[in-house]
Ligand binder design. Structure first.
Ligand SMILES: Nc1ncnc2c1ncn2[C@@H]1O[C@H](COP(=O)(O)OP(=O)(O)O)[C@@H](O)[C@H]1O
Ligand SMILES: [Mg+2]
Length: 238
Protein backbone atom coordinates (compact mmCIF):
# COMPACT_ATOMS: atom_id res chain seq x y z
CA UNK A 1 0.00 0.00 0.00
CA UNK A 2 1.24 3.52 -0.77
CA UNK A 3 1.62 6.18 1.92
CA UNK A 4 -1.80 7.26 3.15
CA UNK A 5 -3.03 10.76 2.30
CA UNK A 6 -4.01 11.07 5.97
CA UNK A 7 -2.56 9.26 8.95
CA UNK A 8 -3.79 10.12 12.42
CA UNK A 9 -1.55 8.32 14.89
CA UNK A 10 -2.60 7.50 18.44
CA UNK A 11 -4.48 10.75 19.08
CA UNK A 12 -5.32 11.55 22.66
CA UNK A 13 -7.43 14.69 22.90
CA UNK A 14 -10.36 16.23 24.70
CA UNK A 15 -11.81 19.36 26.22
CA UNK A 16 -10.26 21.12 29.19
CA UNK A 17 -8.53 18.49 31.24
CA UNK A 18 -10.84 15.68 30.18
CA UNK A 19 -9.61 13.25 27.56
CA UNK A 20 -12.25 12.07 25.10
CA UNK A 21 -10.04 10.32 22.56
CA UNK A 22 -7.63 7.68 23.80
CA UNK A 23 -4.91 6.83 21.29
CA UNK A 24 -7.24 6.84 18.31
CA UNK A 25 -5.64 6.02 14.97
CA UNK A 26 -7.29 6.49 11.58
CA UNK A 27 -5.93 6.57 8.08
CA UNK A 28 -7.13 7.21 4.59
CA UNK A 29 -5.62 6.22 1.24
CA UNK A 30 -6.08 8.46 -1.79
CA UNK A 31 -9.28 7.57 -3.64
CA UNK A 32 -11.00 5.89 -0.73
CA UNK A 33 -14.24 6.42 1.09
CA UNK A 34 -13.60 5.72 4.77
CA UNK A 35 -16.57 5.64 7.13
CA UNK A 36 -16.41 6.06 10.89
CA UNK A 37 -19.31 4.76 12.92
CA UNK A 38 -19.96 4.28 16.61
CA UNK A 39 -22.46 5.27 19.28
CA UNK A 40 -23.32 8.83 20.20
CA UNK A 41 -20.58 10.36 22.27
CA UNK A 42 -17.92 7.93 21.02
CA UNK A 43 -15.68 10.82 20.01
CA UNK A 44 -16.22 10.75 16.26
CA UNK A 45 -16.71 14.52 15.91
CA UNK A 46 -13.89 15.12 18.37
CA UNK A 47 -11.60 13.04 16.16
CA UNK A 48 -12.45 15.22 13.15
CA UNK A 49 -11.98 18.44 15.13
CA UNK A 50 -8.58 17.22 16.26
CA UNK A 51 -7.49 16.24 12.75
CA UNK A 52 -8.44 19.61 11.22
CA UNK A 53 -6.94 21.68 14.03
CA UNK A 54 -9.85 22.93 16.11
CA UNK A 55 -8.47 20.89 19.01
CA UNK A 56 -4.82 20.28 19.75
CA UNK A 57 -4.13 16.67 20.71
CA UNK A 58 -2.49 15.99 24.04
CA UNK A 59 -0.43 13.37 22.28
CA UNK A 60 -0.21 11.65 18.94
CA UNK A 61 0.17 13.24 15.54
CA UNK A 62 -1.59 13.97 12.30
CA UNK A 63 0.25 13.56 9.01
CA UNK A 64 -1.47 14.85 5.89
CA UNK A 65 -0.03 14.46 2.42
CA UNK A 66 3.37 13.71 3.93
CA UNK A 67 3.43 16.75 6.24
CA UNK A 68 2.99 16.87 9.98
CA UNK A 69 -0.07 19.08 10.59
CA UNK A 70 -0.53 18.31 14.28
CA UNK A 71 -1.88 21.43 15.96
CA UNK A 72 -1.87 23.47 12.73
CA UNK A 73 -4.73 26.00 12.52
CA UNK A 74 -7.86 24.95 10.59
CA UNK A 75 -7.51 27.65 7.91
CA UNK A 76 -3.93 26.56 7.21
CA UNK A 77 -5.00 22.92 7.15
CA UNK A 78 -7.61 23.85 4.56
CA UNK A 79 -5.00 25.63 2.45
CA UNK A 80 -3.02 22.40 2.38
CA UNK A 81 -6.02 20.64 0.87
CA UNK A 82 -7.86 19.12 3.81
CA UNK A 83 -11.49 20.30 3.84
CA UNK A 84 -13.99 19.79 6.63
CA UNK A 85 -17.78 19.88 6.46
CA UNK A 86 -18.97 20.14 10.06
CA UNK A 87 -22.15 18.61 11.39
CA UNK A 88 -25.31 20.67 10.86
CA UNK A 89 -25.10 21.74 7.18
CA UNK A 90 -23.89 25.21 7.95
CA UNK A 91 -24.49 27.70 5.14
CA UNK A 92 -24.62 31.48 5.01
CA UNK A 93 -28.42 31.75 4.90
CA UNK A 94 -28.69 35.33 3.58
CA UNK A 95 -26.25 34.68 0.76
CA UNK A 96 -27.11 33.11 -2.56
CA UNK A 97 -25.90 29.66 -3.48
CA UNK A 98 -23.28 31.20 -5.74
CA UNK A 99 -22.05 33.54 -2.99
CA UNK A 100 -21.80 30.59 -0.61
CA UNK A 101 -19.69 28.73 -3.16
CA UNK A 102 -17.49 31.78 -3.74
CA UNK A 103 -16.94 32.02 0.02
CA UNK A 104 -15.60 28.47 -0.13
CA UNK A 105 -12.94 29.68 -2.53
CA UNK A 106 -11.84 32.68 -0.48
CA UNK A 107 -8.31 31.30 -0.27
CA UNK A 108 -8.08 31.02 -4.06
CA UNK A 109 -6.79 34.07 -5.97
CA UNK A 110 -6.87 32.85 -9.53
CA UNK A 111 -10.25 33.67 -11.14
CA UNK A 112 -9.87 30.94 -13.73
CA UNK A 113 -9.25 28.42 -10.99
CA UNK A 114 -12.45 29.56 -9.26
CA UNK A 115 -14.40 29.29 -12.53
CA UNK A 116 -13.07 25.77 -13.08
CA UNK A 117 -13.95 24.77 -9.53
CA UNK A 118 -17.48 26.15 -9.97
CA UNK A 119 -17.89 24.18 -13.16
CA UNK A 120 -16.77 20.96 -11.45
CA UNK A 121 -19.11 21.59 -8.53
CA UNK A 122 -22.07 22.29 -10.82
CA UNK A 123 -21.32 19.08 -12.74
CA UNK A 124 -21.70 17.14 -9.49
CA UNK A 125 -24.64 19.17 -8.20
CA UNK A 126 -26.65 20.44 -11.20
CA UNK A 127 -29.37 21.72 -8.89
CA UNK A 128 -26.93 24.27 -7.49
CA UNK A 129 -26.44 25.71 -10.96
CA UNK A 130 -30.20 26.02 -11.36
CA UNK A 131 -30.51 27.61 -7.94
CA UNK A 132 -27.37 29.73 -7.99
CA UNK A 133 -29.21 33.00 -7.32
CA UNK A 134 -31.46 31.58 -4.60
CA UNK A 135 -30.69 32.49 -1.00
CA UNK A 136 -29.30 29.41 0.72
CA UNK A 137 -31.49 29.89 3.80
CA UNK A 138 -34.62 29.34 1.73
CA UNK A 139 -33.56 25.89 0.49
CA UNK A 140 -34.53 22.51 1.95
CA UNK A 141 -32.22 20.74 4.40
CA UNK A 142 -30.92 18.36 1.76
CA UNK A 143 -30.21 21.19 -0.65
CA UNK A 144 -28.40 23.14 2.05
CA UNK A 145 -26.26 20.09 2.75
CA UNK A 146 -25.33 20.04 -0.94
CA UNK A 147 -24.35 23.71 -0.68
CA UNK A 148 -22.21 22.96 2.37
CA UNK A 149 -20.46 20.05 0.63
CA UNK A 150 -20.06 21.94 -2.63
CA UNK A 151 -18.55 24.91 -0.79
CA UNK A 152 -15.90 22.60 0.66
CA UNK A 153 -15.10 21.32 -2.85
CA UNK A 154 -14.33 24.84 -4.14
CA UNK A 155 -10.69 24.54 -3.06
CA UNK A 156 -10.32 21.19 -4.88
CA UNK A 157 -9.37 19.46 -1.63
CA UNK A 158 -7.22 16.35 -1.55
CA UNK A 159 -9.39 14.98 1.24
CA UNK A 160 -12.81 15.96 2.58
CA UNK A 161 -14.01 15.12 6.08
CA UNK A 162 -17.80 15.07 6.41
CA UNK A 163 -19.40 14.94 9.82
CA UNK A 164 -22.88 13.37 9.68
CA UNK A 165 -23.79 14.52 6.17
CA UNK A 166 -27.17 12.73 6.23
CA UNK A 167 -28.24 13.74 9.74
CA UNK A 168 -31.77 15.12 9.96
CA UNK A 169 -32.54 14.80 6.26
CA UNK A 170 -35.69 13.30 4.77
CA UNK A 171 -35.28 9.73 3.41
CA UNK A 172 -35.19 11.00 -0.16
CA UNK A 173 -32.32 13.36 0.61
CA UNK A 174 -30.47 10.75 2.69
CA UNK A 175 -30.38 8.54 -0.40
CA UNK A 176 -29.40 11.45 -2.59
CA UNK A 177 -26.52 12.48 -0.32
CA UNK A 178 -25.14 8.92 -0.16
CA UNK A 179 -25.39 8.72 -3.96
CA UNK A 180 -23.51 12.01 -4.21
CA UNK A 181 -20.72 10.73 -1.96
CA UNK A 182 -20.25 7.76 -4.29
CA UNK A 183 -20.29 10.10 -7.28
CA UNK A 184 -17.69 12.31 -5.63
CA UNK A 185 -15.38 9.35 -5.17
CA UNK A 186 -15.91 8.41 -8.81
CA UNK A 187 -14.99 11.99 -9.76
CA UNK A 188 -11.66 11.49 -8.00
CA UNK A 189 -12.30 12.86 -4.51
CA UNK A 190 -11.18 11.14 -1.32
CA UNK A 191 -13.65 11.13 1.56
CA UNK A 192 -13.80 10.31 5.22
CA UNK A 193 -17.16 10.54 6.88
CA UNK A 194 -18.76 10.12 10.24
CA UNK A 195 -22.28 8.69 10.10
CA UNK A 196 -24.96 7.48 12.47
CA UNK A 197 -26.56 5.90 9.41
CA UNK A 198 -24.03 3.16 9.97
CA UNK A 199 -25.16 0.44 7.56
CA UNK A 200 -25.34 2.81 4.62
CA UNK A 201 -22.04 4.42 5.50
CA UNK A 202 -20.31 1.03 5.56
CA UNK A 203 -22.06 -0.05 2.37
CA UNK A 204 -20.42 2.76 0.38
CA UNK A 205 -17.09 2.59 2.22
CA UNK A 206 -13.86 0.99 1.09
CA UNK A 207 -12.90 0.77 4.73
CA UNK A 208 -14.52 1.59 8.03
CA UNK A 209 -13.71 2.17 11.66
CA UNK A 210 -15.86 1.67 14.71
CA UNK A 211 -15.08 4.00 17.60
CA UNK A 212 -16.43 3.43 21.06
CA UNK A 213 -15.75 5.39 24.24
CA UNK A 214 -13.00 7.28 22.47
CA UNK A 215 -11.11 4.20 21.34
CA UNK A 216 -10.66 2.19 18.17
CA UNK A 217 -12.91 -0.83 18.47
CA UNK A 218 -13.12 -2.46 15.00
CA UNK A 219 -11.72 -1.68 11.58
CA UNK A 220 -11.70 -3.30 8.17
CA UNK A 221 -13.20 -3.25 4.71
CA UNK A 222 -16.74 -1.83 4.71
CA UNK A 223 -18.24 -5.11 3.50
CA UNK A 224 -16.38 -7.10 6.17
CA UNK A 225 -17.63 -4.85 8.96
CA UNK A 226 -21.17 -4.98 7.56
CA UNK A 227 -21.07 -8.78 7.70
CA UNK A 228 -19.37 -9.05 11.10
CA UNK A 229 -21.81 -10.54 13.64
CA UNK A 230 -20.45 -8.42 16.53
CA UNK A 231 -20.56 -5.20 14.54
CA UNK A 232 -24.08 -6.07 13.38
CA UNK A 233 -25.33 -6.83 16.84
CA UNK A 234 -23.66 -3.90 18.57
CA UNK A 235 -23.84 -1.11 16.03
CA UNK A 236 -26.21 -1.98 13.21
CA UNK A 237 -29.29 -2.84 15.21
CA UNK A 238 -28.95 -6.64 14.86
N1 LIG B 1 -17.10 21.38 23.29
C1 LIG B 1 -17.14 20.36 24.17
N2 LIG B 1 -16.81 20.56 25.47
C2 LIG B 1 -16.84 19.54 26.36
N3 LIG B 1 -17.18 18.25 26.04
C3 LIG B 1 -17.51 18.00 24.78
C4 LIG B 1 -17.51 19.03 23.77
N4 LIG B 1 -17.88 18.47 22.60
C5 LIG B 1 -18.10 17.17 22.85
N5 LIG B 1 -17.87 16.89 24.15
C6 LIG B 1 -18.00 15.56 24.80
O1 LIG B 1 -17.11 14.67 24.14
C7 LIG B 1 -17.68 13.38 24.01
C8 LIG B 1 -17.60 12.95 22.58
O2 LIG B 1 -18.38 13.83 21.81
P1 LIG B 1 -18.38 13.77 20.21
O3 LIG B 1 -16.99 13.76 19.73
O4 LIG B 1 -19.26 14.88 19.77
O5 LIG B 1 -19.04 12.34 19.95
P2 LIG B 1 -19.74 11.76 18.64
O6 LIG B 1 -19.47 12.69 17.53
O7 LIG B 1 -19.14 10.40 18.47
O8 LIG B 1 -21.21 11.65 18.98
C9 LIG B 1 -19.09 13.49 24.57
O9 LIG B 1 -19.07 12.98 25.88
C10 LIG B 1 -19.36 14.96 24.56
O10 LIG B 1 -20.24 15.32 25.59
MG1 LIG C 1 -20.72 13.79 16.33
Amino acid sequence: MSAPILAAHTLTAGYGTMDILHEVSLDVQAGEIVSIIGPNGAGKSTAFKTIVGFLRPRSGRVVFNGEDITGVRPDLVLRRGLAYVPQGRIVFPQMTVLENLEMGAYTVRDERQIAAALEAVYALFPILLERRYQRAGTMSGGEQQMVAIARALMVRPKLILLDEPSLGLSPKFVTLIFDKLVEMRRAGYTLMLVEQNAARALAIADRGYVLELGRNRFEGPGATLLADPDVKRLYLGG
